[in-house]
Design a protein around this ligand. Structure first.
Ligand code: DGL
Length: 263
């Protein structure tokens, strides 16, 4: 049985790769809802409907646990999903506000960047209220990066001016840590480093992959070496269509490589 990893598009590949590292005996199904990306500009109701359809697909394919590797979908729909699919673990990625405030701020401020839906969402507000006792957390919605990532545009000549403008009100000297609260943003770490020099950059992919492992251990769902098969390690699915096109698989491979180089 596979572990399902969901994202609106290709951002969740970052979480998938972490999970592949720490769960070497597992097989995965990666579901990218490319027909509906970007989620950050949809309504909450639309997002819940899309992600419900995706989880339904993964459950029907026999997935034993699901990771919502999309902060926006977690924000809009993880409570609904956990209630509806209460027979399997559902792990939802969230912006890494807790470690940022408790361990990485170094006495400075914390900047959280995410999609408009995540920034406006109750979930992030509650997360910040819980940990930001000294009011050191600022949030910014970045609406263009998901589109750039999906189009394969990572050139710092294009991304750095966009980020400079979007973050012009935030002086890097004031910040100890930048939280990437959208999995797509992980592909732009090189540009973020230029725009926010000296600021530590963290994201929720390690936390989510570790929590997946913990939950699977608790539920006795972990695969062992004996479960290894000749089957593909990862099956890729785009909005319900298994990906077989060579060019598309190469694109996915390039993104995984890019993420590994940046981390
Ligand atoms: N990767 C998704 C996230 O983490 C992007 C959401 C979108 O499609 O806008 O929020």
């Amino acid at each position: 049985m596979r572990v399902g990893v969901f994202d609106s598009g290709l951002g969740g590949l970052t979480v998938l790769n972490k999970a592949l590292d720490i769960l070497p005996d597992e097989h995965f199904l990666y579901f990218a809802d490319v027909d509906h990306v970007p989620y950050g500009e949809k309504t909450r109701e639309q997002i819940v409907e899309f992600v419900d359809g995706a989880v339904d697909y993964m459950v029907n394919e026999g997935c034993k646990a699901i990771v919502i590797a999309c902060n926006t979908a977690t924000s809009a729909g993880v409570d609904f999903l956990r209630e509806k699919y209460d027979f399997l673990p559902i792990i939802g990625i969230e912006p890494a506000v807790k470690p940022a405030v408790l361990h990485f701020s170094g006495g400075k401020r914390v900047l959280v960047v995410a999609t408009p839906i995540t920034v406006k969402g109750e979930k992030l507000k509650r997360l910040i209220e819980t940990y930001d006792k000294d009011h050191i957390v600022d949030t910014v919605a970045l609406s263009e990066l998901v589109n750039y990532a999906e189009k394969g545009i990572f050139d710092t000549d294009i991304i750095v001016p966009y980020l400079h403008d979007a973050l012009k009100n935030f002086n890097p000297d004031d910040y100890g840590v930048l939280v990437l609260g959208c999995t797509h943003f992980n592909f732009f770490k090189d540009s973020f480093k230029i725009v926010m020099p000296g600021v530590q950059i963290i994201d929720g992919s390690t936390g989510s992959a570790s929590y997946l492992k913990t939950r699977m251990e608790e539920e006795g769902l972990l695969a062992t070496k004996e479960d290894r098969t000749e089957e593909e390690k990862v099956i890729y699915v785009e909005s319900g269509r298994p990906v077989t096109d060579k060019a598309e698989l190469e694109k996915i491979d390039r993104l995984c490589k890019r993420w590994r180089e940046l981390n």
